[in-house]
Design a protein around this ligand. Sequence first.
Ligand SMILES: *Cc1c(COP(=O)(O)O)cnc(C)c1O
Length: 407
Amino acid sequence: MNPNLTADRPTFVTHLECSITGERYEADRLHGLSRAGRPLLVRYDLAAVGAALSKDALEARPTDLWRWRELLPVRRTENVVSLGEIETPLIPIPTSGGGNVQVKDEGRLPTGSFKARGLVMAVAMAKELGVTRIAMPTNGNAGAALAAYATRVGIETIVFCPEDTPEVNVREIAMQGARVWRVNGLIDDCGAIVGKGAAEGRWFDFSTLKEPYRIEGKKTMGLELAAQLGWELPDAIFYPTGGGTGLIGMWKAFDELEKLGWIGSKRPRMYAVQASGCAPIVRAFEAGEEHAERWEDAHTVAAGIRVPKAVGDFLILRAVRESGGKALGVGDPAILKAVDECARKDGLLLCPEGGATLAAYREAVKIGEVDEDERVVLFNCATGLKYPMPPAPQTLDRHAPIDFDRL
Ligand SMILES: *Cc1c(COP(=O)(O)O)cnc(C)c1O
């Protein structure tokens, strides 16, 4: 048994807070968005966390996601659900990236994507707060993670995805026990159906950032990164940005770690990477806007970041600007080329969204935005094995003479 899950660990949530007005909300109650229609952020008594948990004690624990219990919202250990949320490795890609580039390979998490981090937390909290039925719009990976964790704790799930969602995603969602529907629209059209059902009281709405706990799960990427790098954050982080949960979560993690005194005030420049066929955050960043307009006719091979409208747009933009980073768009050809080169030259199979971060990094170096000797972390957010690969059609007839020189 994982000692992170057997130990009696105190929790420190004090309240929740509207991310735009700062209005306080009571902890241990079921919440969706704030009254202002914006995401709620979970707040902790960080002074008490610091008194209860030292860096040394933390470092002595097994390295999985649950080692961070004091900075997570689940009160009672019996509500924790787990499929083995390991600490993901940092993999150098010296040839396709360069000597100072590491990929945080999130494809090794349960259900093959970092959506597991967010959903393991959100489902545990749904269980803790007595939710029995959940609905969600998804481009694939979030639905798969929801289905896996919710099924495990006996919560019913209904999942809506765009009709062109990769087949493997639709099937894994179904196979892991959800009811899944293909909808003739994009993710926000699916979200409208979920919202309507939620308003009628049919289910709880698990759309990105519309419940408060996915951010807390995704925050562990930032906590983990700090610990893995000896409490010295990298110079730049490239994050493939759809709803932006991970970027917002990491930014929050760095703030909490600084308040604990575990890191200093130095922050990585945060680069929000989008596909140029769906780049609402890039457009808003460049225009100096605080919110991002919906992107019409969104299209890209990187389905996970095909999000035309993000409810946390202002939080993404705020973090990117405060960090001194940028929002960058990359085209599908550059994305596919990056995936191809990373696999062929460094033996690491990225998902297209991960490929987008490598393509954006290379462009950033070219234009002098990032220096080659800066330490950079790219996020590969799902296993490349879920995505189409180029055909490999060669066959060999074992009954015919074999020309070994050609093999
Ligand atoms: C969901 C997803 C993203 C985007 O993550 P956000 O934190 O929601 O912006 C990127 N890549 C993949 C593979 C995803 O599944």
